[in-house]
Write a protein that binds this ligand. Structure first.
Ligand SMILES: *Cc1c(COP(=O)(O)O)cnc(C)c1O
Length: 368
């Protein structure tokens, strides 16, 4: 691939396909696969990723908010789209664009029934979310009778699926808790299915659920981070390929004397005769200040170069003392090595945060 001439995020669709195939190899009873493409497909490019996955016959997409679903419809995506966290103010738009809401409490259930009825819908597909321990969104088990009574009183909506979300599926020390969540979800869905008289799809597993809990695969699995190349463990990261590589270039090189300082608030002080390079990416691009002061590093011509001083809005400065390099040379921030998880760990965070933080002003380049 050509060397970067500016800051770019390269998206490798072959890696995406590899990851999908790897995750599929973990599935025994061929459940449906829902691809989570919220937050610009985890910071990559939701339209391109969703089109590519649609061509690979993915069964479902999920986004967090209605506007994300609208953008996918505008891009020509026809596959069903679950909106995980819709707000009532957008319900009419949601219906007009054939998006499917997650209904997670009495308030949104009733608001959605009202709007679906006003919009003269019948059997509009909805997804009922249960809380089994994450305590974020979801009805409780003892709400089942209430939900059924509401559903029996309307023909405007019909339950397409029941789902819940695991709180710690990547965490080996929380196996007992996760198994309890799985057991509780099964008991809630049995009770619900019996009361409603038809069988909605059941889904529970995210990427780490796919990898660690085959008994949670059920009728559909929801994968996000795995598609983008991370398995939430060093062992699984080896089986997956990061789809995104963040690259930049050296804008300027400075040779500084011992005791000179670099950047705002003079946060780095030179220990001797040193060489620094200035790179056109900053905290406005998602490289937060946590990566500054020699915590994070980038790669220049195969060598590690620490980020020195404070991260600026549009730039970082790196220490390239002893590294052969010139103005205009390519710089790798993360990709396959170090990968985004390793880069994120230098600032005490995780792959999810750094990849979704990469700002929209950075150009995306698609590798096919
Ligand atoms: C974001 C999200 C997922 C995807 O989780 P990964 O760990 O990225 O696979 C699945 N389900 C829900 C409800 C989510 O919010």
């Amino acid at each position: 691939m050509p060397k970067a001439k500016e800051t770019v995020l390269e998206i490798d669709l072959k890696a995406l396909k590899h990851n999908l195939e790897y995750l599929k190899s973990k599935l025994k009873n061929s459940p449906k696969i829902l691809a989570v493409v919220k937050a610009f497909a985890y910071g990559s490019d939701a339209n391109i990723v969703a089109k590519y996955l649609q061509d690979l016959d993915i069964d479902y997409f999920a986004v967090a908010y209605v506007n994300e679903g609208v953008a996918l419809r505008d891009a020509g995506i026809k596959t069903p789209i679950l909106v995980l966290h819709p707000q009532a103010i957008n319900f009419k738009t949601l219906i007009n664009r054939c998006l499917e809401p997650s209904l997670y409490n009495a308030k949104v259930l009733n608001e959605f029934i009202t709007i679906a009825t006003e919009e003269k819908q019948s059997n509009y597909p909805v997804h009922i979310k249960f809380n089994t321990g994450l305590n974020r969104l979801g009805f409780w088990e003892n709400d089942v009778d209430y939900i059924i009574s509401k559903l029996n009183a309307t023909s405007a909506i019909k339950v397409k699926s029941l789902f819940s979300h695991l709180a710690a599926s990547e965490d080996e020390t929380e196996k007992v808790f996760t198994e309890t969540q799985i057991k509780n979800f099964k008991s809630i869905s049995d009770e619900f299915t019996e009361a409603i008289g038809y069988k909605p799809l059941l889904h529970l597993a995210n990427t780490s659920g796919i990898i660690n809990y085959p008994e949670a695969h059920l009728d559909m699995v929801r994968t996000g981070i795995g598609l983008y190349g991370f398995g939430n463990s060093e062992a699984e990261n080896k089986n997956l390929k990061p789809i995104a590589t963040l690259k930049s270039v050296i804008s300027q090189i400075h040779n500084i004397e011992k005791g000179e300082t670099v950047g705002y608030n003079r946060a780095y002080k030179s220990n001797g005769f040193e060489t620094t390079a200035t790179i056109p990416i900053g905290h406005a691009d998602g490289i937060s200040r946590q990566y500054g002061k020699q915590k994070g590093f980038v790669t220049v011509n195969g060598k590690k170069a620490p980020i020195i001083g404070n991260v600026c809005m549009d730039m970082i400065m790196i220490n390239v003392t002893g590294i052969e390099c010139n103005e205009g040379d390519e710089v790798i921030i993360f990709g396959s090595h170090p990968d985004a998880e390793q880069f994120a760990n230098t600032a005490d965070t995780i792959s999810y945060e750094i990849i979704t933080a990469i700002s929209q002003r950075i150009k995306r380049i698609i590798l096919k």
